[in-house]
Write a protein that binds this ligand. Sequence first.
Ligand SMILES: Nc1nc2c(ncn2[C@@H]2O[C@H](COP(=O)(O)OP(=O)(O)OP(=O)(O)O)[C@@H](O)[C@H]2O)c(=O)[nH]1
Ligand SMILES: [Mg+2]
Length: 193
Amino acid sequence: MIIKNPKIEISATSSKQYPTSGLPEIVLVGKSNVGKSSFINTMINRKKLARTSSEPGKTRQINFYNMDDKFYFVDLPGYGYSKMSKVEQEKVNHFIDEYLHIRKNISLIILLIDIRHEPGTNDKMMYDYIIHSGLPFLVLCNKADKIAITKVQNTVKDIQKILNPIGDFTFMPFSAETKIYSDDVWSILEKYI
Ligand SMILES: Nc1nc2c(ncn2[C@@H]2O[C@H](COP(=O)(O)OP(=O)(O)OP(=O)(O)O)[C@@H](O)[C@H]2O)c(=O)[nH]1
Ligand SMILES: [Mg+2]
C-alpha cells in the first residue's frame, strides 16, 4: 500500500484527546527502543514522521498518525525502560493500559520483539494481555538486520516457541532498517484496514 499523505493528527497526553473520527487503528506496542516509531516510518517510506531515538523512552505520548484518512498508526510509549523512575514507569504503563482497555477501534495490535533477545518478563506480560484482550495481533521480531539472514527464520521460531508454543499465531521477522519484510507485513495489514 502506498500512503500519499501521512500526518500526525494528535500527540495525546490524555484519553480525552483521542481522535473521534472512528477510523481503524493499527497500534504498535513493545518495549522501549525496540523500534515502534521506526516501524511506522519504514512502512510509509518517511525518515522522520514518527520521532525515533537511540535513547530509549523517546515516545511519551500516544501519537496518532493519520494515513490518508484510511486508518491510524498509533505509536504507544515503550514499556520497561530501566532508567525511567518507578513513578514515571507506572504512569507510562497506566497510559498504555488505559488506551488498550478503553479504545474500541483497535483493528490490529502489532507487538514488536527484539529478534536478538529472548522475550523478557514485560514482553510476556504484554503478550498475555493481548491474548486475553481477544484483539487481533501480529508479532514482529524487529532488528532482523542485526543477525545473519540464514538464522532469521529459526530465531523467529524460537521466539514463537517461548510465547506461543502451540504455534497458532503469526510471528514474522522485520527490519525497520532494511525494509526487506515490509511488503509481507503490508499484505497482512491491508486485511485490517
Ligand atoms: N539496526 C536496526 N536498528 C533499528 C531497527 N528499528 C529501530 N532501530 C533503531 O533503534 C533505535 C530505537 O528506535 P525507535 O523507533 O525510536 O524505538 P521505539 O520503540 O519507538 O522507542 P520508544 O519510543 O523509546 O519506546 C533507533 O536508533 C533506531 O534507528 C531495525 O530494524 N534495525
Ligand atoms: Mg518511539
